[in-house]
Design a protein around this ligand. Sequence first.
Ligand code: GLN
Length: 520
Amino acid sequence: MDPKNIVDKDASFFGQPGGLQTLFFTEMWERMSYYGMRALLVLFMTASMQEGGLAITVASATAIYGLYTGGVYFMGLPGGWIADRLLGGQRATWYGGIIIMLGHIVLAIPSEASFFIGMILVVLGTGLLKPNITAMVGQLYSSDDDRRDGGYTLYYMGINIGSIIGYFVTGYLQENAGYHWGFGAAAVGMALGLIQYKLTQPKLKGVGEKPAKPMSAGAAKRSWAVIYLLLAGLAVVTYLALTGVIIINPVAVAGNVAIIFTVIFFLYYLSIFLFGKLTRNEMKRLGALFLVCIASTMFWAGFEQAGSSFNLFARDLTDRMIGDFEIPTTWFQSLNSIFLVTLSPFFAALWINLSKRMINPSYGFKSAIGLIIMATGFIVMFFASQAAASGLKVAPYWLVAVYFIHTVGELCLSPVALSAVSKLSPKRMAGQLMGVFVLTYAMGNVIAGLLAGGLDPENPQAMPELYWTIFMFGVSVGAVVFVLAFFTRKWEKLPPDDGEADNDDHPGAVIDANEPVSKP
Ligand code: GLN
């Protein structure tokens, strides 16, 4: 029997399948480690040597930050492919988690070399874990199970509960014990995630146990050989860079990487259309998903100022004193996750209420609205930075307001988009398409890092104009997505592809869209 039919009836985790519990807590701890470490990253790089930092300039530090966060998500593309073709989601998640934990352990060692090696390990591990654990959430549901959106909303709450724990724990440790204790705490978080994953893995009941479209033994062997070769190449480049044989200019690299990621995204998407043996329905559904991907990229390019320019704005330009208490810089970023966890139930109720009134905004519409709301947050930053440019530190409410607006935008777009990917992708490509989608995070993050380079708190006079440009750009793209969503709305609503049931048994088979198919 198909595993998804067994878990279909299961409602043991807040009305959702029990497997969601496994994925919820694993991702919660993984995100605790990711955001906990990330919150410290720019602060650590830009802090002086005396303060225990690396004394890197803001432009380089934000570019490295953008490359790191971009790299984390870029690796989701090969990570998704490895799960679909070689490992299956469950093993990809497990090994990914182990590599992430090792990365944080290396980061805890105070040296410049270990800092960069640790980051590379986290990048590789997250690539393996993130898209696959996210795709497995969707695989807990059969295609007509309407709990999918709710399941993703709950899962997204888990992500943010993990982030809150991360921000508070590492922020506290950094201020009271030093940066490397913060990085070490991230390793402990990931270890807890791995332990609970192993203990509760049976709840997944076979979901993601095997690759969705396995390769022949020979082809798999060749693929692994290529993967090992690439990893060896990466090790050599890292060694040469650390020993100073090759000099890497992070700002220049980040600019090129943004272009390379974008080209890869378009080529990969196009190749799925050309060589993915899609039926007509699948093509239309992926066309609708493409629009969501564009909105997602633009969204994160703005939103991801959180860890970079907003972080520095909080540190240098915000009056963080309440009486005698100084609010730690990292706490501001946690506002996003706190608002998210608090607002999630309202949004879940809003979508249910709207659908009861037969108003069911499509994935495209919701994404457009999310993008536009996020962009309006930059009007607030425009005024806040104008106030800061006068030389006085500004009140903390400005950032609180921005984070609130950004979180409302995020709730309209992000969990909705994950559900869209899982719903609109052909099952045999679930991991890969989640990898392609995660690439929109990568593009967004690298662009965000580049933008942040122009937002140096040393030079607040330059800020208002750039924040205004981000606002205008975000709203314009949001408006275009909104209009296009009128067209893609119908494509999203097409029934699960005519050939879906057969496709699962014969991955890659071309099925005529008009051919009747009997469901098992
Ligand atoms: N907060 C979300 C997550 O961690 C989205 C991250 C992102 O940068 N797109 O999954």
